[in-house]
Design a protein around this ligand. Structure first.
Ligand SMILES: CC(C)(COP(=O)(O)OP(=O)(O)OC[C@H]1O[C@@H](n2cnc3c(N)ncnc32)[C@H](O)[C@@H]1OP(=O)(O)O)[C@@H](O)C(=O)NCCC(=O)NCCS
Length: 186
């Protein structure tokens, strides 16, 4: 197998210009819990499920034991605030591919999302040695699409009526970046 699973069993802490991406665990419970209750965030990520406190704690407890994903808490180095999470999941080792998702709890439009996605993508390609990172983003979520494009993702197609939200059917856009694609830094 070409990929380096070790980089998923021992997920490294990543440092960027303004952020620290540290392996997410129970110490981040309060940040995760408040993010899960952000109505705008739930709409933008199409989250229908309501997680209980127990389910959330259990999920966080199990993360350090997983060897098939990387979940980072996004921390502002200026004030140590929890900003959100960025995740590489859905490992398909045979095809050297994973999925990426990101959610901030607020502080939108300050460049934090772009900074975190670039760091997670770099880790996926340079440390895990993936060939492909894919994702799905709702068609109405133009800000997220812009961020992914800035990080080098290409739009592949549209999954029609992928989401039902408030009785409305909405499309999702499929995007990906390959290890061989350019990774713009600006
Ligand atoms: C998506 C998300 C991670 C982006 O992070 P962010 O820190 O807010 O985004 P950034 O500040 O890095 O970049 C935003 C970019 O989108 C652009 N933008 C903002 N609103 C836009 C809109 N309505 N249409 C097009 N572009 C838009 C900004 O101008 C900026 O691009 P620029 O640098 O070229 O000017 C963050 O907003 C978030 O967590 N949202 C809620 C959850 C979510 O949507 N997750 C993604 C699910 S797929």
């Amino acid at each position: 197998m070409r990929i380096n699973v070790g980089a998923l069993s021992e997920v490294a802490t990543l440092q960027t210009h303004r952020l620290r991406l540290e392996p997410q665990s129970t110490v981040h419970f309060h940040g995760v819990w408040s993010m899960l209750h952000n109505e705008e965030g739930r709409r933008l990520t199409g989250t229908h499920t309501t997680f209980t406190e127990e389910q959330t704690r259990l999920h966080l407890e199990k993360l350090p034991l997983r060897h098939d994903r990387a979940d980072w808490a996004i921390i502002s180095t200026a004030d140590e605030a929890y900003l959100g999470e960025v995740v590489l999941n859905d490992l398909d080792a045979d095809n050297e591919s994973m999925n990426l998702r990101i959610a901030l709890g607020g502080n939108f439009g300050r460049g934090y999302g772009t900074e975190a996605v670039r760091a997670a993508v770099a880790y996926g390609f340079d440390q895990v040695r993936l060939h492909r990172i894919g994702l799905e983003v709702f068609a109405f979520n133009r800000r997220a699409q812009r961020v992914y494009e800035k990080c080098g993702f290409t739009r592949e197609g549209v999954a029609r009526d992928a989401l039902v939200w408030n009785s409305e059917r909405l499309d999702a856009v499929q995007m990906s970046i390959l290890a061989t694609d350019p990774r713009p830094v600006e």
